[in-house]
Design a protein around this ligand. Structure first.
Ligand code: CMP
Length: 143
């Protein structure tokens, strides 16, 4: 079963969009495996955004993501990585279509509500950065 890491960023939490985001992924048919409201450390943020080191927006991005609570989640389901990226909409909010989370709720690319892993490798790395295995549930024995 494929898993992905999704995170409602500080702007989404401040705008009370946690419920809206969770509702969309539940209704789509994915299963929530882990979730927590947390304020992430500078170290976690630097690890999470390592691929953006050196870009002009990097420092602002790290400051923003550590500035307030985020809602970190792990979801599972068939093709959840690719489908959740479609549901989120494009990173550039100008290109995020109506019906997507960013298309419906975000105006600026640096305040784009939600993060989602872009590959199985990123998902594993990001899940491990934010969750321990004991924080993730197992549905396989549910009767
Ligand atoms: P995300 O895809 O979650 O991870 C990288 C983030 O960097 C991206 O969301 C945006 O929030 C942010 N980002 C990307 N491009 C820019 C940009 N040109 N200016 C500011 N922030 C950006």
């Amino acid at each position: 079963m494929e898993r992905t890491f999704l995170m409602v960023k500080p702007d989404g939490v401040q705008r009370a969009l946690i419920g809206e985001v969770v509702r969309r992924f539940e209704q789509k048919g994915f299963q929530l495996v882990g979730a927590k409201l947390m304020q992430i450390t500078r170290e976690q943020a630097e690890y999470h955004y390592a691929e953006h080191v050196g870009k002009p927006f990097y420092e602002g991005l790290v400051q923003f993501i550590t500035s307030g609570p985020v809602f970190a989640m792990v979801w599972q389901g068939d093709r959840v990585i690719a489908i959740s990226r479609t549901m989120m909409g494009k990173t550039d909010t100008l290109e995020a279509g109506p019906g997507t989370i960013r298309g419906d709720f975000a105006v600026h690319t640096n305040r784009n509500i939600i993060h989602g892993s872009d590959s199985p490798e990123s998902a594993e790395r990001e899940i491990n950065n934010f969750f321990s295995s004991s924080e993730l549930v197992d549905y396989s024995q549910v009767i």
